[in-house]
Design a binder for this molecule. Structure first.
Ligand code: ADP
Ligand code: MG
Length: 372
């Protein structure tokens, strides 16, 4: 279906791409961002937020408390683009719509504390469906101590739309930006990339059979992929933990896939990010599902989105210490997948892949809403 409005000619969104469009918005509105505020370009906006406390009787505290920042982020889910009602339970959709925003706060090294929920709802949707959607939101709010502070509710004639704005806080020193990578850093990640993408691929290939009532109970590996897509694990406590650790450099969450997101750290930090594709964690379950359905697990792990693992860099001399502390706290260890190098081509810092020890030109790309 062509949706080009007639009086407008010239470049299409498909040509410019999601990130090209965001660059244009940033170029126009960026200059309005005040002093040491951080606007467009990272997982959250960062706004300096006072000194974080008072001493007795309203006096200044005896010792200066660490300066805090407010983190703000918003992520939108649109029926037909991000989900289909026949493929998700209302609880899962509520969970996911909030979870992806908590993930962006975690990716800054912060802790989420409040949320605003804006929803556009088709009038035919039963109230009981919305109640169950809210159950999913509520459970996640409770789990992470996030208060629902407000929102907006409207009728939608074009499917369900849900957007959360999430607020978080962090000590200024704990904020981890995409620009914090340095040559020599190691590159690490959490989670199992590609699983969410495999769940989605299965649904796309089995659209008829893929309704929520017909989950493939006989295949636990596939069930794991579907769960990864419907209720992605988000590393909320882990992100705040990594923010507090000396030795962690840049960080982001993998929402558009490694190929797309790792490049953001490279560009923002002005370095090359070298990733050894053999080190990228491919779960046994993903391998087995891919074998059964004839998909390439590496392709899914590199280019499929919506896994929400954290990708971060580590100062090499502190890396083992950070990974040990993480493992002692969470009972699992992030995977080392590469290293940061000085930018080989000064004008184009980039994610670069190595396979079998040799530079490898990947034949796929990460997710972009407009480029297909
Ligand atoms: P993430 O995947 O971490 O949510 P995105 O790739 O969606 O980040 O966005 C990249 C950056 O662009 C973020 O800083 C985000 O706030 C900003 N951004 C995206 N869309 C818009 C928009 N319509 N207006 C202003 N800023 C935007
Ligand atoms: Mg993000």
């Amino acid at each position: 279906m062509s949706t080009k409005p007639t009086p407008f000619t010239g470049e299409t969104l498909r040509e410019v791409g999601e990130f090209g469009l965001i660059d244009r918005i940033a170029a126009r509105f960026g200059p309005l961002v005040e002093g040491d505020w951080l606007g467009i370009g990272d997982d959250c906006a960062v706004i300096p937020w006072g000194t974080g406390g008072e001493g007795a009787g309203g006096e200044l505290p005896e010792k200066p408390t660490p300066a805090e920042v407010l983190l703000a982020t918003t992520d939108l889910l649109v029926e037909g683009s991000h989900f289909r009602l026949e493929w998700t339970t209302p609880e899962d959709l509520g969970y996911k719509a909030l979870a992806v925003n908590l993930s962006d706060v975690a990716a800054m090294g912060g802790k989420p504390f409040g949320a605003l929920m804006a929803i556009g709802i088709p009038e035919a949707l039963p109230v009981a469906w919305v109640e169950r959607f809210m159950d999913g939101v509520h459970a996640l709010c409770r789990e992470h101590g996030v208060a629902l502070l407000g929102g907006d509710t409207t009728r939608s004639r074009n499917g369900l739309v849900v957007d959360f704005t999430v607020l978080g806080r962090a000590r200024e020193a704990d904020v981890r930006l995409r620009s914090h990578a340095r040559p020599g850093d190691l590159v690490a990640m959490t989670g199992w990339p590609g699983e969410s993408g495999a769940g989605l691929s299965w649904r796309l290939e089995h659209a008829e059979a893929a309704t929520v009532v017909a989950q493939p109970a006989d295949n636990p590996d596939l069930a794991r992929m579907l769960l990864a897509h419907d209720r992605p694990r988000v590393f909320v406590r882990e992100g705040a933990f990594l923010g507090r650790m000396t030795g962690v450099g840049a960080m982001l969450d993998l929402s558009d896939g490694l190929l797309s997101d790792a490049g953001h750290i490279a560009v923002r930090s002005g370095c090359d990010l070298w990733v050894d594709v053999e080190q990228v964690p491919v779960s046994r379950a993903l391998g087995s599902v891919c074998e059964r359905y004839g998909w390439d697990p590496l392709r899914l792990a590199l280019s499929a989105g919506e896994d929400y693992g954290l990708l971060f860099t580590l100062r090499p001399e502190l890396a083992q210490q950070v990974l040990d502390a993480y493992e002692a706290t969470f009972g699992e260890r992030p995977t080392l997948i590469g290293r940061v190098s000085p930018c080989a081509d000064r004008t184009q810092p980039a994610l670069r892949l190595r396979r079998g020890g040799e530079p490898w030109r990947v034949p796929w790309s990460g997710f972009d809403h407009f480029r297909r």
